[in-house]
Design a protein around this ligand. Structure first.
Ligand code: GLU
Length: 321
């Protein structure tokens, strides 16, 4: 592992601009920002627009306007610049390619010809989130089989994972362990259409941008062991990780960009940024009442120990006044 020469805390916002920001994203950005600012650290904004079809430029611009409206600023990234750009993943594919080649040189990458439909139809075990645990169908194809299948279909690329537990201590949730072979199987590095996978891109970028602290939603907790495995193979220093509780709709469903009521578009018409942040900070346990407060005002009160460790259910009509 390489050593870092500087210890300044560097955090990041890493939104995927596939729609308008919602309350769950805002909570995550707020906590990431508060954690970095409280440590007098450095904040980076990186736009995770690898899926260019789902992430048109206008959403990225909108996302930045939304962060400005909320008063959550960044020191490096689009609009402000910096020495680690470009800050759009769609412009960084040469870096992902180089990392892929490093993994290929270790003999750990193989082409996979399975379609999503085939994987779902096969009796491959599924994870709780509905994803398939890759059963290794294409793991040991011969050169002749690969050549023959390549004539019919462009392959995706997968990384071989070991039968090994990978553990880490999450800054908020504590000890986490996962056996990659059993939890997800050999995972995708590049899709058959050439798009690099999130897991590879996020590791390459967090390392290249000197990120020391990742604060993100608990839905990505189980991605972390895969990412730690990539840090190890690429000989990069991993950051620390803090996963934050997810916001649930009043009926217990996960909030998504489709929940118009929780979207900033609707909220902006109803209340100030301070009102949104105050309510979120109250739900997140560190603001004593649901009174409005700016991000800078919340800095005094922010305390990781007060933030719940399980998902937060939005009270009915909480953001309606
Ligand atoms: N781009 C991801 C998202 O918006 C976040 C990735 C990360 O924080 O590692 O869900």
């Amino acid at each position: 592992m390489k050593r870092r020469d500087s210890v300044k805390v560097t955090g990041r916002f890493a939104p995927s601009p596939s729609g308008r920001i919602h309350l769950g994203n805002i909570l995550c950005c707020l906590l990431a920002w508060l954690s970095v600012r409280q440590q007098a650290g450095h904040m980076v904004l990186r736009i995770e627009d690898l899926d260019t079809a789902r992430c048109p430029q206008r959403y990225a611009r909108q996302m930045m306007e939304d962060l400005h409206w909320l008063g959550l600023d960044w020191d490096e990234g689009p609009e402000v610049g910096g020495s680690n750009g470009p800050y759009f993943q769609s412009q960084r594919t040469d870096r992902y390619q180089a990392a892929l080649e490093q993994l290929e040189a270790q003999g750990l990458v193989y082409p996979c010809f399975c379609t999503r439909a085939e994987l779902h139809a096969a009796s491959a075990p599924h994870r709780e989130d509905g994803q398939v645990i890759y059963p290794g169908t294409c793991r040991n194809l011969s050169a002749a089989q690969i050549a023959e299948r390549s004539l019919r279909r462009a392959p995706a690329l997968r990384l071989r994972v070991p039968e090994e537990e990978i553990g880490f201590t999450d800054g908020h949730l504590g000890a986490v362990r996962e056996n990659l072979a059993r939890a997800c199987g050999d995972f995708l590095l590049r899709r058959s259409d050439g798009m690099f996978a999130y897991q590879l891109a996020v590791v390459v970028d967090d390392a290249a941008m000197g990120i020391t602290e990742v604060v993100r939603g608990a839905d990505l907790l189980d991605s972390t062991p895969r990412q730690l495995y990539l840090y190890r193979l690429l000989d990069l220093t991993p950051p620390s990780f803090c996963h934050v509780p997810l916001l649930l709709a009043p009926d217990g469903r996960r909030l998504s960009k489709r929940d118009a009521d929780a979207g900033l578009e609707v909220l902006q018409g109803r209340m100030s940024a301070q009102a949104v942040l105050g309510k979120l900070a109250y739900l997140a346990g560190f603001h004593p009442s649901a009174e409005p407060a700016s991000a800078w005002e919340l800095l005094e009160e922010f305390d990781w120990d007060k933030v719940p460790r399980s998902d937060i259910r939005l009270p009915e009509h909480f953001f309606e006044i």
